[in-house]
Design a protein around this ligand. Structure first.
Ligand SMILES: Cc1ncc(COP(=O)(O)O)c(C=O)c1O
Length: 481
């Protein structure tokens, strides 16, 4: 007997063992939020010689767990505020286990009817919950970076088509120049997506941002008038949810101005677009629905496991033209069918629709609204608790779920950077909660992103205490107070 035709009870034992490992991991309260082992230690742990002979499945599983677990951050835990990371909700994990076990190649509706159908329905639900135009098409991609890439490919094709140029057929060489306006504090991933599409960073028209990192609408209007010739193909990239402040561009002003010049507006709303799902926060993103395309993530506020993002495009024809893959061996699609691969760059791909469908069904519209509301209130509370402490400053207006914190009070820039970095290191070392750092407007910050599905008010209180104690230790060692 070879390993490939192992009897069913072996399969059952293996998958149950994996499930038990996963359950043990998810139900144990993490003692420490940061991974015990860093990258070099993890490489050393994994770095055995390539085996000549295969190893029995249970041994492989045990070896994987032993090597991986020390290098796992508690990203699924309630006090993990690093980067902008959802919790991989158990319902999404369960759906993803089945996705892997079912092994469907979700390229098209014939190869994977159930997976394609789940995407079709999940796409409709996403448009409803985010209150975006019902005629839009949705591509299920790896994350917001690829979502922006896909949507901006559709934008590029459409604005060039309006200028009489077929970029899908003719390519970019010799095409009329496309003007791209973007806020100077747009997320790094959008600059990358533009770069993949031939819009090099130096070619972009950058619009100055205000203290919250959003585009100054007057500066936007001025750049548009000054730098974009009448009739030139135009793409405008806006943001719903700035990575540090959570702030959203003034879409009610920007979108009409861009449209009046025949432009396409793309919104990077990796997490901030979900404000639209919450009645009390939705006004922050007023006017976003007037845009032409949107990028957002499932693996942030919807809590799907990685990787999962959505490219949403109002003009479904432009979306398909930018992405469609056709070959004789691939089945044709009729008007009432939808092939997932027609909306994304990949052909073979996993069935992201299952986890999305499962989580939308599990939370429901009101559950998502309540979660977004809770996280925003918790972020506000965290900011208030921290700001009460002498020497701690919250730099952003906490309108959503992001809190940007600076330590050192009136210390000069360099000293404040050093104190902030030291406090960040102390917070990570102590381990009650996890935060990450960033440089924002020339100053180092500790950034807290409240987005994990399981975070309670108690977690917020404990985390604020831990951060304040870390700061006090740093401050007293540095004689800063
Ligand atoms: C505002 C914003 N845009 C884009 C991205 C990129 O998203 P992803 O990592 O899912 O590609 C992020 C990630 O945090 C983000 O916060």
């Amino acid at each position: 007997m070879t390993r490939d035709d192992a009897p069913d009870d072996d399969t059952e034992r293996l998958l149950l063992a994996a499930a038990h490992q996963a359950i043990a991991y998810r139900t144990a309260l993490p003692a420490h939020q940061r991974a015990e082992a860093g990258y070099a230690a993890c490489v050393a742990a994994f770095d055995d010689p390539l085996p000549e002979e295969g190893e029995a499945a249970p041994d492989v599983l045990a070896a994987l767990v032993a090597r991986a677990e020390p290098g796992l951050h508690a990203a699924t835990g309630p006090r993990f505020f690093g980067w902008v990371i959802g919790n991989s909700h158990p319902v999404g994990v369960a759906a993803d286990w089945l996705t892997a076990a079912w092994g469907q190649n979700t390229a098209n509706h014939f190869a994977a009817p159930a997976a394609a159908a789940a995407e079709t329905v999940a796409a409709r639900w996403l448009l409803e919950v985010l209150r975006l135009p019902a005629e839009s098409s949705v591509g299920f991609v790896t994350g917001a970076t690829m979502a922006s890439f896909v949507a901006l490919a559709a934008a590029r094709g459409e604005v060039l088509a309006r200028a009489g140029w077929d970029v899908e057929a003719q390519g970019l060489f010799g095409a009329p120049p496309v003007r791209v306006l973007i806020g100077e504090e747009a997320h790094a991933s959008v600059f990358s997506a533009l770069q993949y599409l031939g819009f090099g960073k130096a070619s972009l028209i950058r619009v100055p941002a205000d203290a919250q990192g959003v585009m100054e609408p007057d500066a936007f209007a001025e750049r548009l008038a000054r730098d974009v010739p009448e009739g030139a193909p135009l793409i405008v990239v806006t943001q719903a949810g700035h990575i540090h402040s959570g702030a959203t561009d003034a879409h009610e002003r920007i979108v009409p101005l861009a449209h009046a010049r025949g432009g396409w507006v793309h919104v990077d709303g990796a997490f901030g677009l979900w404000a639209r799902a919450c009645p009390t926060r939705a006004p922050l993103a007023n006017g976003v629905e007037g845009a032409d395309s949107w990028a957002t993530d499932g693996h942030k506020w919807l809590q799907t496991p990685f990787d999962c993002g959505y490219a949403i495009v109002r003009n479904a024809g432009a979306h398909r033209r930018a992405m469609t893959i056709a070959a004789s061996y691939l089945p044709p699609v009729s008007e009432h069918e939808r092939d997932p691969s027609h909306y994304v760059p990949e052909l073979s791909r996993r069935a992201r629709g299952f986890a999305t469908w499962a989580l939308l069904r599990h939370f429901g519209r009101t559950g998502i609204a309540a979660m977004v509301e809770r996280h925003c209130a918790q972020a506000r509370r965290l900011a208030d608790l921290l700001a009460q402490e002498p020497g701690v400053m919250v730099l952003n207006e906490v309108v959503l779920n992001q809190v940007a914190v600076r330590f050192g009070g009136a210390a000069d820039e360099g000293a404040g950077d050093a104190l902030t970095r030291a406090t960040l290191a102390a917070v990570q070392e102590e381990g009650t909660c996890f935060a990450a750092g960033a440089s924002w407007r020339g100053r180092w910050i500790l950034r807290l992103s409240v987005i994990g599905g399981s975070t309670t008010d108690d977690d917020i209180r404990l985390s604020a205490q831990a951060i304040i104690h870390a700061w006090r230790r740093v401050a007293s060692a540095a004689g800063a107070l």
